[in-house]
Ligand binder design. Structure first.
Ligand code: GLN
Length: 198
């Protein structure tokens, strides 16, 4: 919650929760202690500006970023949705430890802000197409194993998966389609078993 399109994700999650009939509680993460003693069963890392996220997330009054990355590595089943800058952090954590998604990524690969665009994405995760909103988007390298690819757009890989972690180079929260937000809620419930999803 330090930077980026995080409030829009909360709206999409609340809408998806209603739509799929699974109650959720949103926990806002800003500092490392926010991760303690909380039953967190899924994580969204928003899009925004990855350099700013690294600076704020590693600053001494937050330290949420190193804590979060280590927590994810210890809990590979946790469903994660990393969008745009969030996908960059998953792919390239820059903490001298392994990548969270086994895919390399290039920032700003489509050009400057003015080269942002919308295009139809095909996604095997939802088994359908999805309205892709790409804002100064990064690009995954093309040498990603086919098993890990969950979304493509005009021949580019725009979504990859490792365990229950999904990294997308576009912004699903800015479209009206709540498919990916429903996916993460349903996945969290599935991981938890049939007990209450939080
Ligand atoms: N270009 C941004 C970065 O490098 C990502 C853009 C976005 O999240 N919309 O972090």
């Amino acid at each position: 919650m330090l930077q980026g399109a995080r409030h829009v994700h909360i709206s999409s999650l609340n809408e998806a929760s209603k739509d799929c009939g699974i109650p959720i509680k949103i926990v806002e993460l800003r500092k490392s202690s926010d991760l303690l003693n909380q039953n967190i069963h899924a994580l969204v890392i928003p899009g925004g500006e990855s350099t700013t996220m690294r600076l704020t997330g590693n600053s001494s009054n937050s330290l949420i970023l190193p804590k979060l990355l280590d927590w994810l590595r210890k809990n590979p089943k946790i469903p994660v949705l990393g969008t745009c800058a969030g996908a960059i952090l998953l792919s390239d954590p820059q903490d001298d430890k392994e990548s969270l998604i086994n895919a390399s990524i290039n920032r700003n690969a489509y050009g400057r802000q003015i080269n942002s665009f919308q295009a139809v994405v095909e996604t095997s995760l939802l088994n359908r197409s999805f309205p892709g909103i790409f804002i100064r988007a990064p690009k995954f390298d093309s040498n990603i194993s086919a098993d890990n690819i969950v979304a493509t757009c005009d021949g580019d890989i725009v979504g990859v998966r490792k365990h229950n972690r999904i990294a997308l180079t576009f912004h699903p929260e800015l479209s009206e389609d709540i498919g990916f937000h429903s996916w993460i809620i349903e996945q969290a419930k599935a991981v938890l078993g049939d007990s209450d999803a939080t």
